[in-house]
Every structure is written in C-alpha cells, then in structure tokens.
Ligand binder design. Structure first.
Ligand SMILES: [Zn+2]
Length: 435
C-alpha cells in the first residue's frame, strides 16, 4: 500500500462494520465465512482473504439476500424510500439493483469535495443540464420531440430524449445549444461521446455555446479525441466522475487531473495485474459502498481497470485514500497483442491519439492476431489515414498483426447506450491476468 494514501479511523471502522455485518447477517455472503481469518487479523487482511461479488451473484441473491433479515425490502418499496432499477446492457451485464435516492445524493455530495470547482459551484440546488443517453437516465422518446418543459425534472434539464445519437440531426443539436443558453446550467453533466458529437457540430457550424461553470464527464471513459473536440468549444473546467449504479460515486477527478477516492462513501480494494500485463500500478478495483442500509454490497467487481498514481499524492493536497492517475477502461474492453499482452482501452487510445483527424473509432479483435478498426473521420484522404492507423496498430499489437481499417460515417454506441472503443470478440477472463 502506498504510504501517501491516508485513511481515517472512520474508514477502517466503516470497512470493518461492512464486512462483519455481511458475514454475520447477510445471506449473499454466507459462503464467504470460511475465508475469514478472524477478528484478530487487520481489516485489510480480512478483506483480501475474501472472494468478490459479481453481477451474477446480484442476480442470484436479489433483493433479500443483500440486507439483514430484520430489514423489510417491501416496506422500503411501499414508502418510496427505495425502488428497483434495471441497468441497460447485454444479458451478461444487465442487472436489477436497489435504488436508494437519498443515499445516492449524499454519495454524490461527498464526491464534490474532491474537486474545487464542484465544491464551489454545486449546492444541491444548482441548475444542471444533462446530456446522456436516456437509456441510462432521463426521459426517452424516439418518435416525438419533447418540449423543454417535458424534459425538466427538479433542478435538471435533459438535453436529449433520443436513445441513439445516430438519430441526432442538426435541428436537434441546434435545440441543445439554444436550451443551454436559456437554462444557463451551473454544471453540465455529459457522456463524453455525446458531448463530443455536439461539440464537433457546434465547432463546424461556428456557434457560440453557453459556458457552464464545470463539465462533469460520466458514464463512459472519455477518449483523448473526445477531450480534444470538447476543448474546441468549451473553455470551462472538466472533471471526470467515476461511479456505478451499484456503488454510487467512487472516484472524482480533482482540478489537477488526478482521481481521488470518495472514501467517506466507499472502500476500494485494488488487485494488480501481473507485471507483464501492466501491473503493479495497473489493476482492477472492488468496491464496498458505505452507509447504504438498503443494499449491502461488499467487494463488488465494478468491472473496471484503473492506474494508481505512482507518487500516491497530488498537488491539490487531498489524500482521502487511493489516488489514481487514470481510469483505464472496462475489463470487457481489453484487447491482447499478438504476443498475448493485455492492452487497455486507454493504452489503445493514447497510441491512436497521435492521429489528428479521428472523430470516433471502435476496434474489435476477432482472434489472436486479427483486428478490425471502424473509424469515423472527416479527413478526405482515407488512404493516408488508413496507412497512419495501420502503422500505429502494428506498433502496438505486433508487426504480424492483421489489421483492417473500415471507414464509417458514424460509430454507433452499444445497445447499453454507451460508447465502446475496443473489445475482444473471444472470451477473455480478467482473473487470468491478475497477480
Ligand atoms: Zn488532486
């Protein structure tokens, strides 16, 4: 563990309480008891000895398996304190969760402390515009245009009702730009792929766009291309917020660009990858949320890879737990070089970012040494672009890699509503790559 990470006494107490309650009282963890070395061991050692919780486990034990026997889920549903929400995605990914709005809001509020702009601007009553896929959050309508007032909810304005951005035409994007100017959000929360698309259009059509105080990027890992396109239109600060429906807000990017753990609201266990695959600073995270009485998850595999900051400290001065230099993308989005080394979405992205003209891309690896990359670009010379991309990918994946470059008008997001930049089309278990 990095000596610069600081954890409060509270953090250890909450970690201990979460584990002990789970082992003693919660059905989903009954089979974990045999792994516990016992109360005389440090809490970190006890956590390390435990298995991890998967979406499959959630499906198996949902909902009563995640609360102590004296907690009545039906009562919570009846009173409206909780509800059931289904996440979008493929069958493997899809899961129904217990949604506790009050807890979610307090978890978000705690994450604001980790970014100076968010702390200064967010009051919990501030107007916020949201540009995300309504499959994830918001109000969906693919047939009718919904007027602005039909897309308002409390302090939020949802900028698009379309479930696919392939359906965005110029009039739809003009409307977003107009509504930003009317609504004047303090914070704009956005899927980076969606905001980048709006920015490409605004830049090309030379429109002035209202500048919020802060842009919070969420739901997806932003690519360097997204950042480049967003920067052409927005000069306000951006912060990437990392969390999941299951775990609440887990990391927030500070004003200096590093990611800090929201340690008042969750415990994070880090599992490094093997050295030959990027470890020990690259690894997977397991999250144990705190304070959610209605949904006790322990060591939940959020399915993401992160990179620990080498120094373990940040010039912003925050030391509330783990410090990351980056989030590296989903475990299901890793690819392999011809020699079998693991490549994260972020590593691919950093390599490709030396090409200027790419709007969007998606790389699929079909077998050990075959890769197909779909590229949307406004560069007219596709031949030259193809050569440049092939050269980069051969350097990254191996000289013998068979690379096909396919030019597209747009790259559609996945059925989950999220944009995916890379994927292996064969089964790949991340556990095989862990230390
Ligand atoms: Zn910082």
């Amino acid at each position: 563990m990095n000596p610069n990470w600081k954890f409060s006494l509270d953090y250890y107490q909450m970690s201990l309480a979460a584990l002990e309650t789970a082992l003693k009282e919660i059905p989903a963890y009954r089979s974990w008891r045999i792994y516990d070395p016992g109360a005389s061991y440090p809490v970190d050692t006890r956590y390390e000895a435990m298995p991890f919780l998967t979406k499959k486990d959630i499906r198996e034990y949902f909902p009563n398996g995640f609360v102590p026997p004296d907690v009545d889920i039906q009562k919570g549903l009846d009173s409206g304190e909780i509800s059931f929400v289904q996440t979008s995605g493929t069958t493997d990914d899809k899961v129904t969760n217990i949604w506790n709005q009050k807890w979610w809001d307090t978890s978000e509020r705690a994450s604001w402390k980790l970014n100076a702009h968010a702390l200064r601007l967010a009051t919990g009553e501030h107007p916020e515009a949201i540009l995300v896929n309504p499959l994830n959050v918001g109000i969906a309508s693919d047939t009718n245009d919904l007027p602005m007032e039909k897309r308002r909810l409390a302090r939020f304005l949802y900028l698009s009702e379309r479930t696919s951005y392939a359906a965005w035409n110029n009039a739809h994007m003009d409307r977003m730009i107009r509504e930003l100017a009317i609504f004047r959000p303090v914070i704009l929360e956005a899927n980076p792929s969606l905001l980048a698309k709006l920015c490409r259009y605004a830049f090309e059509s030379k429109q002035n766009v209202f500048q919020p105080g802060l842009i919070v990027l969420t739901y997806e890992n932003p690519t360097l291309f997204h950042y480049r396109q967003i920067r052409k239109v927005f000069s306000c600060p951006t912060a990437s917020s990392y969390g999941t429906t299951e775990t609440g807000y887990v990391f927030m990017q500070c004003e200096e660009g590093k990611f800090h753990q929201n340690s008042e609201y969750c415990r994070v266990d880090f599992q490094p990858l093997k050295k030959e695959h990027g470890g020990p600073s690259l690894g997977r995270i397991l999250v144990t949320p705190f304070h959610n009485e209605w949904y006790r998850l322990v060591r939940f595999d959020v399915g993401d890879l992160v990179r620990l900051d080498e120094d373990g400290k940040c010039v912003c001065g925050r030391n509330s737990g783990l410090v990351l230099s980056a989030t590296e993308g989903r475990c299901v989005n890793v690819t392999l070089t011809c020699a079998g080394r693991l490549v994260t979405s972020r590593e691919l992205d950093i390599n490709l970012s030396t090409v200027d003209e790419i709007d969007e891309y998606k790389l699929e690896q079909s077998s050990a040494c075959s890769y197909e990359i779909h590229v949307a670009s406004r560069q007219p010379d596709k031949k030259q672009l193809t050569v440049a991309i092939k050269s980069i990918l051969n350097k990254l994946y191996g000289r013998e890699a068979k690379i096909s470059v396919i030019h597209e008008d747009i790259i559609a997001p996945e059925s989950s509503g999220k944009y995916r930049i890379s994927k292996a089309l064969f089964p790949l278990k991340i556990e095989d790559y862990l230390e």
